[in-house]
Design a protein around this ligand. Structure first.
Ligand SMILES: NC(=O)c1ccc[n+]([C@@H]2O[C@H](COP(=O)([O-])OP(=O)(O)OC[C@H]3O[C@@H](n4cnc5c(N)ncnc54)[C@H](OP(=O)(O)O)[C@@H]3O)[C@@H](O)[C@H]2O)c1
Length: 272
């Protein structure tokens, strides 16, 4: 069984560690961050915790790199010797594969974009691989990513858009669930009933679309009876800017990804 290191076990790295533990991953898990106290809980659960990134990389076969995009270069330089020949899965938004490769040409890099639903093994994780990642490596990567939810290999050109859509998506859907919850309060539902019925409705609709492979318009049609209650609500929604708001949100987040990537590239260029 491969040993896995999670370097930078903060929000998403910590969620990966939790998810692997919940899955019952049988290999060794090593987690690092600078504020080691925040990893004590993992220590109690059998995770080897340390602030020593080199130690973690040296003693692992697969390395998750979960630091912020601006910290990638520094951490990668620090562990460059230890990751040669190994698979490094980075969750950093915006950082392209060629950026990693320029720093450590002999490691095999996977650029992955999970979302926070990793915590409940329901992440949608898109990933792309550099040309040194073999089919055998890819199979291993897929197996591990599927322990966190579902994964899909994509072309790298889609990664910024996927970051803006499913990477940030739990933020948008949370706004929708919160709005539905307040709508429930407005029409007199108790708070908990309103929140859980909203969240379950979002989950159920997602599952319905995934399992039936039906277009969302079909689901909408299925719940809309002539002169019924739903059509009244849909009439109101269609008069709002809800569709455009979501499209704009994802477009702006994609643009921001591209801007950050350019800044990181310019910064690296100025230092070289
Ligand atoms: N949050 C999400 O939903 C999400 C989703 C998909 C992708 N991502 C990507 O995942 C990455 C991490 O995001 P995040 O939200 O998890 O951020 P975060 O909570 O700030 O986690 C980053 C972690 O990196 C650690 N770190 C920084 N420098 C380090 C070093 N030299 N050695 C070891 N650890 C170090 C920090 O530890 P200390 O605080 O102890 O210094 C922190 O725990 C980002 O690149 C982001 O783009 C995030």
């Amino acid at each position: 069984m491969d040993n896995i290191a999670v370097i930078g076990a903060g929000v998403i790295g910590g969620a990966i560690v939790k998810s692997l533990l919940k899955y019952g991953y049988r290999g060794k898990i090593i987690a690092t961050r600078r504020k080691i106290d925040k990893l004590r809980e993992f220590g109690k659960l059998g995770v080897l915790i340390t602030t020593d990134n080199k130690y973690a990389a040296r003693n692992s076969d697969i390395i998750f790199l979960c630091v912020k995009p601006n910290d990638v270069s520094k951490v990668l330089k620090e562990i460059s010797k230890e990751i040669e020949g190994k698979i490094v899965i980075s969750t950093a938004a915006t950082v392209p594969l060629n950026f990693y490769k320029k720093i450590v040409s002999k490691a095999k890099f996977v650029r992955a974009m999970p979302n926070i639903a990793v915590l409940v093994q329901e992440s949608f994780t898109a990933y792309c691989c550099d040309s040194d990642v073999t089919l055998k490596d890819e199979k291993k990567v897929e197996e591990i990513l599927n322990m966190l939810g579902v994964s899909q290999k994509v072309e790298e050109k889609y990664m910024d858009a996927i970051t803006a859509l499913s990477g940030s998506g739990p933020g948008y859907i949370s706004i929708i669930i919160e709005a539905l919850m307040y709508a429930g309060l407005r029409v007199g539902l108790p708070r908990n009933l309103s929140l859980y019925s909203s969240a379950q409705t979002v989950q159920g609709t997602g599952k319905l679309i995934l399992e039936t492979r039906e277009h969302p318009a079909k689901i909408k049609d299925m719940v809309t009876t002539p002169s019924g209650t739903t059509i009244e609500a849909i009439y109101e929604l269609e008069g709002s800017q809800i569709r455009q708001a979501l499209m704009k949100a994802v477009t702006e987040a994609t643009k921001k990804c591209r801007m950050i990537a350019e800044e990181i590239a310019a910064d690296a260029h100025s230092k070289s």
